[in-house]
Design a binder for this molecule. Structure first.
Ligand SMILES: [Zn+2]
Length: 110
């Protein structure tokens, strides 16, 4: 899938209008319309906001060009397994079992 299709699908699945999505990620409705027409793609900062809003990785928003793998345990990552930072932003480097709320979950085996 292309970014335009991914954004359209996530927006409609979440029952949002283009206006509502635009407001949530601080862009104009025209910007959302351009993404969905494939004229432009969101910039890095906006991708981060979309990632947090929809709970999917930036990789997914970009049409999943690569297979994400947890850099800690090596498990292939699906969106629902991706860890989160303290503010809820998905961190696509780690699975949720290795990393949660901005910290590694395993403690020092002292
Ligand atoms: Zn892991």
């Amino acid at each position: 899938m292309n970014t335009k299709d991914v954004i359209l699908e996530l927006r409609t699945k979440n029952g949002m209008s283009q206006d509502e999505l635009a407001e949530k990620v601080f862009v104009t409705r025209q910007a959302v319309s351009r993404w969905e027409n494939g004229e432009t793609v969101p910039n890095t900062e906006t991708l981060k906001l979309l990632s947090k809003l929809f709970g999917v990785s930036i990789n997914t928003l970009l049409g999943a060009p690569r297979q994400l793998v947890c850099q800690c345990c090596g498990m292939p990552l699906e969106d629902e397994m991706i860890s989160r930072e303290k503010d809820g932003t998905p961190n696509e480097n780690y699975c949720k079992w290795c990393y949660a709320d901005g910290a590694f979950t395993f403690s020092d085996p002292d």
